[in-house]
Design a protein around this ligand. Structure first.
Ligand SMILES: Nc1nc2c(c(=O)[nH]1)N=C([C@H](O)[C@H](O)COP(=O)(O)OP(=O)(O)OP(=O)(O)O)CN2
Ligand SMILES: [Zn+2]
Length: 163
């Protein structure tokens, strides 16, 4: 059966901070992220008894990505958990998502891809645009079933061994 890829594109606004980064992204700042979710599968056959010819209904994909990712990430501070501003933001009721990893485009793309796959979506790849000129992409097949290995240190946090 022919495999077909379909893609749904989303945007969300969020703040983050790469503590220890040796450049401007060490500051708390925001992005309008663009998220491309690519699903793959056979659009016809025994897995599709309704025979609409969909890999997945775009509407169902939209609903799932909103529920699993966008409702949490949009207008939130995406935090690793060690940012100096985090206690103040939480104390004042700001929307915060504690992720436990550095909020690089690479880590966030892996997180989104793994989250969608573990929810049962036929996700093939996730591409996350951090700015109009910068994106990170991950293939679901490259993430082990137990989940991604995230980078948790960086910039001035890196010791002599690079860990
Ligand atoms: N490989 C990565 N590099 C950088 C990341 C990242 O997540 N992965 N993140 C940042 C900053 O958070 C920020 O996104 C700055 O990125 P940059 O592309 O440098 O942003 P600009 O606004 O300068 O983009 P231009 O389009 O070039 O003006 C840094 N690096
Ligand atoms: Zn940034």
């Amino acid at each position: 059966m022919t495999q077909v890829k379909v893609c749904k594109v989303f945007t969300f606004d969020a703040a983050h901070q790469l503590v220890g980064h040796q450049g401007k992204c060490a500051n708390l700042h925001g992005h309008t992220y663009k998220l491309e979710v690519v699903a793959a599968g056979a659009p016809q056959g025994p897995d599709h008894p309704a025979e609409e010819g969909f890999v997945i209904d775009f509407g169902d994909l939209k609903q799932a990505v909103h529920a699993l990712i966008l409702s949490r990430f949009d207008h939130a501070f995406l935090a690793m958990g060690t940012e100096p501003a985090l206690p103040a933001l939480m104390a004042t009721g700001s929307k915060v998502v504690r992720l436990g990893f550095r909020t690089t485009a690479e880590n966030l793309a892996m997180y989104v891809c793994h989250r969608l796959r573990t929810a049962g979506l036929p996700v093939y790849a996730v591409r996350l645009w951090e700015t109009p000129t910068s994106w990170a992409e991950v293939l679901a097949a490259d993430i082990p079933p137990q989940g991604p290995t995230y980078r948790t240190v960086g910039g001035c946090d890196v010791d002599e061994d690079g860990d």
